[in-house]
Design a protein around this ligand. Sequence first.
Ligand code: NI
Length: 257
Amino acid sequence: MIQIFDTHAHYDDESFDDDRERLLAGFPAQGVHAVTNIGTNIRASEETVRMTEKYENLYGVVGIFPSEVAELENPDNVKRLKELAKHDKIVAIGEIGLDYHYEETDKALQHKWFAGQMDIARELKLPIAIHSRDAAQDTIQIMRASHAEEIGGVIHCYSYSKEMAQEYIKMGFYIGVGGVVTFKNAKKLKEVVENIPLTSIVLETDCPYMAPEPNRGKRNNSAYIRYVAEKIAELKGITYEEVVEQTEKNARDMYRL
Ligand code: NI
């Protein structure tokens, strides 16, 4: 049977220091055959490259998270990011985007490097993994200005409306769905999943964060992603196997594997 592709995880996180190796080795036996580790700054991106060299079933995405983009004001770090992105198993630039959740954030700097990292992705012919929180309008505006439809990728941990989801899909983007869809109060995301085609959905954990029910609040890991696939199957009235098979294909198409 075809196994799940976890398109977004953070195994460089220190919460995995004691069992990272054992966890990653065990996933194929638990129905997860591939995982993508996502960078959030230069250090995590370097660690991501190292991990892809060490673990066979691990791919990597390198990039600078919205709240950490000050790193890119140093040209050496821009150069370093491009070098890291050229490694064999690096499949996208991310997670990049906008996060307005915290008030003290420098929006102008976030805009500059969201667009700047899209330019890097275009130059290296890689898709992008987008993080967008409390910034729906600015995200799509900057994507349009940067012609993101020529780049492609995923809106990870999707949290906006079903109408906005259609806009991203029209631009050729996938919608990343994770543990939130299993939460009782996640009415909006459930509506999104019911309304968009399965061909536009990729599965993700965002672990160690966002653990699905019945493990909500615990440390997340890729073995729990089956609860996300089960919930999508239930919402769409299809089988678990259909969800796994189509989203796995979507993940490989997105990361061009
Ligand atoms: Ni993430």
